[in-house]
Design a protein around this ligand. Sequence first.
Ligand code: COI
Length: 327
Amino acid sequence: MIKMTAFSCRPDERQFFEEFAKMYQIELVMTDQPPSLENVDLLKGAQAACVITTPVSGALLEQWSRMGVRLVSTRTVGFEHIDCKRATERGIAVTNATYTPNTVAEYTVMTILMAIRKMKTILIRGLGQDYSLAGIRGRELKNMTVGVVGTGRIGETVAKILSGFGCRIVAYDVFQKESVRQIASYQELDKIWEMCDLITFHTPATPETFHMVNEETLAKMKDGVVLINMARGSMFDTPALIDALERGKVGAAALDVVENEGKIYYKDFKECPVPHHEMAILGAMPNVLMTPHTAFFTDEAVSDMVECAMKSCKRLESGEDDPLRVN
Ligand code: COI
């Protein structure tokens, strides 16, 4: 029987791990520890390692490879935390997860509506029994031009949901899809910056998308533009965003991700200061809705994430090609 060690297992994932390990007949070791050079022993006898967001460095892969690991499966769509080049050199397959795009797409649309209806201010005021109307007048999505940057599975689903609101949708992607053309018109990025009242980002973290929102691109956007980032923090130059929010160039933002979030999410800082100055500034702005990278977090997605890892493990055992392989 093939053996997999699953790192960084959260309590809410354990039931899925147990069920799918039984279903796919995988010997499973679960640990709440993230992978590190100190705990390589947890992989003794295992051919597969399952990880989530924590970095998997070249040094770690060297060690794992010496122990006989042939597969690293991440329970995430993004795989930028894994040194894929080194994995390939060591003959280790890297696979990712594909979970239902509705989870992030629905969350995106929720935050779009919250941002344009000033929901953060309304809720905060309500806690203090302040039911006044001043400053909380919103806008109707129907009358806005919305840009969808990245029309992969999530971006396309966002565009489809948005099409029900009657807004004008423009899209950008290097790979254009006919199904998206039915509801949106593809435009060059400069046109997106120029035309849109609201822009939502759904691209992976790559060298090409790094800081695609920066001082220069922000200057090309409409005054008061609303920016939505449910994808990766690295796509926004955070100081440039803060500056644009302070000047009113950006009217509102909804951010489920932020640069250097790794040291913060998913930990509890109730009793101590949060070691992230930019987050503290953004979080204090009434027009910035910040959530802790939770757009993915539904019953369906967590189940899919675990099942994808198990399926990849099974394919390793049978020698089948794996459609989830990324290296
Ligand atoms: C991904 O699947 O790539 C995500 O962003 C969700 C992850 C942080 C759990």
